[in-house]
Design a protein. Sequence first.
Length: 132
Amino acid sequence: MKTIFQLPQLSQLLPAVLLLVAAAPARAQDLQRGEQLFTDCRSCHAVQAGVNGVGPSLAGIVGRKSASIEDFRYSPAMKRSGITWDAATLAAFLADPQALVPGNRMPYAGMPNPRDVADLVAYLAKAAAAPH
């Protein structure tokens, strides 16, 4: 049977879906859920300024250029990426870090649930911006 149209590949839809999810306004429970999701990230990252672990501090992440913390050793791939972190780039990175920055050193496969990604991004945007 011949089809009239072809469905786009998931990889073609993912960026648009992530942009829509990341741009959605955060609800209070989204921030709480995002904080719960961040507990998995805490083993490597902190939202406090100057607190680097295995991963760099995420303080001030929104609006910051990638690989810009001077006392953290970033992968060559992250240094070359030229990314400025905003809701859309954070969402894309959290969903599939190797797709956005191939060769980065973060040992994380990605977060497949778009709602989880949106909640975590909303939490990071608030928590990482607050003074600690």
